[in-house]
Design a protein around this ligand. Structure first.
Ligand SMILES: Nc1nc2c(c(=O)[nH]1)N[C@H]1C(S)=C(S)[C@@H](COP(=O)(O)OP(=O)(O)OC[C@H]3O[C@@H](n4cnc5c(N)ncnc54)[C@H](O)[C@@H]3O)O[C@H]1N2
Ligand code: MOO
Length: 415
């Protein structure tokens, strides 16, 4: 794999505010997959992994024509009713096919999933007929091929069933298994480091005083990384000391393909993440025209990209999803994505400043988008309450109930 360029996030001179779309486009165009391949990984271990190659079906699905119902098979169509047909001795059950030819004008007992015997091509549902003295009595007409699942109607042998870069879901694993694929080549898991910073921040479980807060971001970002299917590298928490931040980033750069940091990236006296990245890496402190998350740092540190997230938990979450998730997907081999948004009517009022995007914590109720009561960037309850984000673009200003807004469910980010 090619290494990433050190100046890959640099902004052109003189550029200050970066619109969201431009920031996303810059990320998309400067990053590329950095992971190697793991060959022949068994299906039991591929959930959430990313396919490295296209997969072709070694056999058809279904492999032979079979019945979709419990009933009786005969040669269709059936156009003249009522009628009666003699029942042959024997039956076709799933896993126990009837190997002989069914004579013309005869019917045979067949069960769901059983191979359709030679001489038949149509199945009548058992509820729609009755057997009296060895004769099957039918009252309704049937088209030829009724209640039949034809060979290869779902997948033909050699069909391409999945494409490279697909992140494997349980349902896709079922498709692989259905045609007998035992193992696939996947990309190695992207190793994502998570580092939390701040003198006031204490890991959950430690003793705290009133001027200290528990670390909400490290557990949140760690859970995000795991849920997105990446390998979590816990870089822990460091104080706002340049040498500690540097040591943690060095350790991360050795072990990770990307590092997410929390806090210390705006321009304050104690913003040691941005200072360290400036002193030892190649940073572009992007002032993105977005609320929350205005300060977002993108940097290369010893060859490893660093996404410096703001400390406020809401801003950290929004930026991790809007910028981090597509960037990680690209590095991991599943490709850049633009999250699927749905246009839905708002059920809220909002006056918004033009010139910046805003992301509001949101959810859908009764076909309308509601937003959390407070936009405070430290309000973690709004994160737990929300099921997605509303993205208001730069030009949006006045939102009234009924105004269509872009709702992005968390599922659209891969969660
Ligand atoms: N003069 C300016 N001040 C600030 C600006 C600005 O543009 N000019 N931007 C504000 C915005 S917007 C944000 S967001 C923050 C981002 O600052 P930092 O990334 O440097 O974050 P910190 O100052 O370290 O922390 C901000 C806030 O979040 C709390 N925090 C930090 N880490 C955690 C954690 N792991 N768990 C929970 N809460 C955390 C921290 O205590 C602060 O309250 O800067 C504004 N200021
Ligand atoms: O990113 Mo800050 O949280 O906009 O308030």
């Amino acid at each position: 794999m090619n290494p990433l360029r050190n100046d890959c996030f640099a902004l052109p001179p003189g550029v200050n505010w970066t619109p969201v779309e431009e920031a996303l486009e810059r990320l998309r165009s400067r990053l590329h997959p950095v992971v190697g391949m793991e060959r022949s990984v068994p299906l039991s271990q591929v959930s959430g992994r990313i396919l490295a190659n296209d997969v072709y079906a070694p056999r058809a699905h279904p492999p032979s024509s079979n019945s979709a119902v419990d009933g009786y098979a005969f040669a269709g169509p059936l156009t003249e009713v009522p009628c009666a047909m003699p029942l042959v001795d024997g039956r076709s059950a799933a896993g126990e096919p009837y190997m002989e030819h069914v004579p013309e004008g005869h019917v045979i007992r067949i069960l769901t999933g059983a191979v359709i015997p030679a001489g038949t091509d149509t199945v009548v549902l058992e509820e729609d007929c009755e057997v009296i003295d060895g004769q099957l009595h039918l009252h309704g007409t049937l088209k030829a091929g009724a209640n039949l699942r034809k060979t290869g109607e779902d997948i033909k042998a050699q069909d391409k069933i999945l494409t490279a870069s697909t992140r494997l879901t349980p349902t896709q694993i079922s498709v692989l298994a259905s045609v007998g694929v035992e193992s696939v080549d996947v990309y190695q898991r992207l190793r994502v480091g998570v580092l939390s910073t701040g003198d006031e921040v204490k890991p959950v479980g430690s003793a705290v005083t009133d001027w200290q807060i528990y670390d909400a971001n490290l557990p949140m970002l760690s859970a995000l990384v795991v849920q997105l299917g990446y390998e979590l590298v816990n870089l822990g928490h460091v104080l706002d000391r340049a040498e500690d931040v540097k040591a943690a980033l060095e350790s991360g750069a050795e072990r990770c393909d990307l590092i997410l940091t929390s806090g210390g990236i705006s321009a304050g006296d104690e913003d040691h993440v941005s200072k360290t990245l400036k002193a030892h890496g190649d940073i572009s402190n992007w002032r993105i025209a977005i609320k929350p998350g205005r300060p977002l740092a993108l940097a290369m540190f010893q060859g490893t990209p660093v996404v410096g997230l703001p400390g406020n938990p809401v801003a950290a979450w929004v930026c991790a999803l809007r910028f981090g998730a597509p960037a990680m997907a690209l590095l991991a081999g599943s490709g850049w994505f633009e999250p699927q948004a749905y246009s839905m009517p708002a059920n809220f009022h909002k006056n918004k400043k033009p010139g910046r995007s805003e992301m509001l914590r949101a959810r859908i109720r009764d076909g309308q988008v509601e937003v959390f009561g407070s936009e405070g960037s430290g309000r973690v309850t709004g994160l737990a309450w929300s099921e997605g984000l509303v993205e208001l673009n730069e030009s949006a200003q006045q939102i009234e109930p009924g105004t269509p807004v872009r709702f992005i469910p968390y599922g659209s980010f891969g969660l």
